[in-house]
Design a protein around this ligand. Sequence first.
Ligand SMILES: Nc1ncnc2c1ncn2[C@@H]1O[C@H](COP(=O)(O)OP(=O)(O)OP(=O)(O)O)[C@@H](O)[C@H]1O
Length: 204
Amino acid sequence: MHIAIVGNIGAGKTTLTQMLGEYYKWEVMYEAVEGNPYLADFYQDMGRWAFNLQIFFLNSRFAQVQKIRATTYSTIIQDRTIYEDAYIFARNLHESGVMTDRDYQTYQLLFDSIIRSVSQPDLLIYLKADIPKLVSQIKKRGRDFEAEISLEYLSALNNYYNDFVASYDHGKIIEIDVNEMDFAANPDDFQSIITRLNKELFYV
Ligand SMILES: Nc1ncnc2c1ncn2[C@@H]1O[C@H](COP(=O)(O)OP(=O)(O)OP(=O)(O)O)[C@@H](O)[C@H]1O
């Protein structure tokens, strides 16, 4: 089974991926942040590095979905999906004028070829958070290269996330509003997520 957590920067995907992986003994797949050759440069100069970063993420996410496809014996939980790269991040970079038309077209042609051989996740878990929550979590983790992320960027991404979730038709999706939650520190919050997942996955 393939389960994936989707959500904006700072929504808490990585933490929840790790916690659910431990709880259910699922295999976990994180996104490439440490050792990502473009991410820090991208946040310094988006226009220069947008295309390079998108190609890097697309390739790394494609490698993940191929691995997930080849894994038939266990459940895998994935931290962010290939859909978010294309339908949210790349689309936003193009529509905000950061990525040129020709780069975006090249990206899309590659994405279209790739997506034909990608199986959809069995379940998506969308962590929905408003801007103040995202900002406070980004600040809390204190990555230098994320210090300059603007409110406009976060809020444009949130709009694309809402569109994406509203029109998602590749499979099941559940939405968890995390604005008032701290599932890392509060066991009741984590339990409420487990209860929802048990219902969804195991009908209990
Ligand atoms: N396709 C993409 N285009 C641009 N930036 C991306 C893309 N995919 C991921 N990123 C960036 O890579 C970093 C990923 O960090 P991380 O794995 O901690 O996830 P996150 O998005 O911060 O979410 P969370 O806090 O929910 O785990 C973030 O700065 C994120 O914006």
